[in-house]
Design a protein around this ligand. Structure first.
Ligand code: FUL
Length: 460
């Protein structure tokens, strides 16, 4: 047959077993409630703001004084307004970057806004602004601290936990805690007590996801917005420790061997081949962090590097549309506002995201497919220009689909292949550029078990 529709998951499955013991092991790995909530709110913004905004640096030097933070006022309501208009659901603020300067009046250091001539608590101002507009609020607290003198001694773990406690108790609900793995080449060697940090977060903010150097959200592996062809959420458990452990620490020899074999930058993190070699698996979805500008912090020399709305939308499609979350950094200026160029791009991004689903042709909830559903057919009421197909798996049943095709139905009744893709996951957006058709057919080629499709939408 011309299009080989009959070769689908129900009969052929690309030769892969359906439902054997191994497959059952893979599909038994499920997201936590917090991870599900994140998947439903997959786009949020990073705010890099702090000492580096005042000193026009990307990384501090470790020698700054509190008085070097010369910024006197900020307008977080303006940040929140434009971030919300862009379609984002939350903000993560760099409460302390590597330079060690705290945006809140921490009781454990004098190196904070308190001694900088800034009136107020920036963490409070931003979290309040988020609350007022119903945005989630998350914190970035850099483990590496160039300024704090206890860094490199056991006392630093106490210092860090004290600061975490301040952030996790004084600012309402915290949605994500972002632990950066970056560390300067000359930094003192030090083993962070990750398990203690995680325990504290789970106790104080049970609804927070712990990202990057943490067990809930995986770093996609680069800061340029590049995603893999197949972003799997079920991956070997060793990977969720890979960012957090130095080579031989805290793990058995077996784990260490695995860590050497698998890094968050590897291309294949979750195929059957990779999973088969791993005894323990976990749900660890990818997050794409990328800056709207060249650097992470604002600098007037980089105003011309602001990415256009069109480019940001492409990043959105490549992240949210490929089973990842999207963390877009928008750094406020030294006048405490988002620069007009960033605002323009955010506005354009918001418009594009809203437009994407503004003309639905058909939206259905197929649910669990049985042995008769190898192909899903959709007939439109007249000829349409099909721009986007958005498919979602019910991730509460794990990630199952490994390959699918989209065919469009032409006026003469013939089918033409429009896309041949791999995974779906929590959300897959396929842009078809406005193809004329009177219907469409989705063929699930390969799946780990019965596909559970929570939604398929076609948009003009
Ligand atoms: C990196 C840091 O070194 C950058 O300054 C920035 O915070 C980025 C998100 O993570 O590792």
């Amino acid at each position: 047959m011309e299009n080989q529709f009959e070769k689908n998951w129900t009969n052929y499955n690309n030769g892969c077993p359906l439902e054997d013991e191994e497959v059952k092991r893979y599909i038994s790995v499920l997201p936590s409630e917090n991870q599900c909530r994140l998947a439903q709110n997959p786009f949020y913004c990073f705010i890099h703001f702090g000492m580096n905004t005042a000193t026009a640096r990307e990384w501090g030097k470790g020698t700054e004084k509190a008085a070097d933070f010369t910024i006197k006022s900020i307008k977080p309501e303006q940040w929140v307004k434009h971030i919300k208009a862009a379609g984002a659901s939350g903000i993560i603020l760099t409460c302390k970057h590597h330079d060690g300067f705290c945006l809140w009046p921490s009781a454990y250091t004098s190196f904070s806004v308190k001694n900088a001539g800034f009136t107020g608590d920036i963490v409070k101002m931003v979290s309040d602004a988020c609350k007022a507009e119903n945005l989630y609020f998350g914190v970035y607290l850099s483990p590496w601290d160039m300024h704090e003198e206890t860094y490199g001694t056991e006392a630093y773990n106490d210092y860090f936990c004290n600061q975490l406690t301040e952030l996790l108790t004084n600012y309402g609900e915290i949605n994500e805690v972002w632990f950066d793995g970056a560390k300067g080449a000359n930094a003192r060697s030090f083993e962070y007590d990750w398990q203690r940090y995680y325990k504290l977060i789970r106790e104080l903010q049970p609804k927070a996801n712990i990202a990057i150097c943490g067990p809930d959200v995986r770093w996609v592996g680069n800061e340029g917005g590049k995603t893999r062809k197949s972003e799997f959420s079920v991956v070997p458990k060793s990977l969720c420790m890979a960012e957090t452990v130095s080579k031989n620490s805290q793990h058995t020899a077996k784990d260490t061997a695995k860590l050497r074999n698998l890094k968050s930058t590897d291309e294949d993190l979750g195929s059957r081949k990779v999973l088969a070699e791993s005894e323990e698996l976990c749900w660890y979805p990818a997050e794409v962090d990328v800056s709207i500008r060249k650097g992470w912090f604002w600098s007037k020399n980089e105003n011309f590097t602001v990415k256009s709305g069109k480019r940001l939308f492409k990043l959105y499609l490549d992240s949210v549309g490929k089973n990842c979350t999207f963390l877009l950094n928008v750094p406020p200026t030294d006048e405490g506002v988002l620069h007009k160029r960033d605002v323009k791009s955010l506005t354009s991004l918001g418009r594009r995201i809203a437009q994407m689903t503004s003309k639905p042709i058909a939206v259905e909830q197929p649910g669990c497919l049985n042995q008769d559903n190898g192909c899903l057919d959709f007939n439109f009421d007249c000829e349409k220009k099909l721009k986007y197909v958005i498919i979602k798996e019910d991730i509460q049943k794990s990630q199952r689909v490994e390959a699918f095709d989209i065919y469009i139905k032409k006026k003469n009744g013939r089918y033409k292949q429009a896309a041949s893709e791999t995974i779906i996951g929590s959300c897959r957006i396929v842009a078809l550029g406005g193809k004329r058709c009177v219907g469409a057919r989705i063929v699930i080629r390969q799946s780990r078990s019965n596909p559970v499709i929570s939604e398929i939408g076609f948009y003009a």
